[in-house]
Design a protein around this ligand. Structure first.
Ligand code: 5GP
Length: 145
């Protein structure tokens, strides 16, 4: 069965092409990590592959081989940067599951005891605050292997 084709004009594809700005925290040959503009918690970051795929259903399995080490790095760095109690890693596949941007991505969401997560993709964060948080993660990454 053929699924919906990848749309190269989705927002994350535009970020990858540098057509719209993002607060990047990490980049390597295969992956990019940047701040979510509508964070569910302090330090909410997105990790995406540079190769195009909508989600788990059409991605080549090797994509995950590149993505997961970056997800792990960002999880460790954001826990350290924000003194989080834990980190939730979330990934949605197709609209019915909650996916709103159709380029494969993992959410890396620091969690804080006694603080509820905000609703998914609802409230835009101030750009200066995102820039500050991105800097904190980049700094913490210097100490993560
Ligand atoms: P999804 O719902 O597809 O799992 O997650 C998409 C995420 O992308 C949401 O958490 C939303 O806040 C975030 N998002 C939507 N538009 C933009 C954007 O233009 N820039 C960034 N950095 N994040 C975005």
């Amino acid at each position: 069965m053929q699924g919906t084709p990848y749309d190269p004009d989705n927002i994350f594809a535009k970020i990858l092409r540098g057509e719209i700005p993002s607060h990047a925290v990490y980049e390597d040959e295969h992956t990019l990590a940047f701040m979510d503009v509508m964070p569910q918690s302090e330090g909410h970051t997105l990790v995406i592959p540079k190769t195009p795929s909508r989600n788990i259903f059409d991605a080549d399995p090797t994509t995950f081989m590149w993505l997961m080490p970056t997800v792990q790095k960002i999880a460790k760095a954001s826990k350290k940067a924000f003194h989080a109690n834990g980190v939730r890693v979330v990934q949605f596949n197709e609209a019915g599951s909650g996916q709103t941007v159709f380029h494969l991505h993992f959410h890396v969401i620091p969690t804080y005891d006694g603080v509820e997560l905000k609703l998914h993709a609802r409230q835009q964060e101030d750009g200066g605050h995102l820039a500050h948080n991105a800097e904190m993660i980049r700094e913490a990454l210097k100490f993560i292997s």
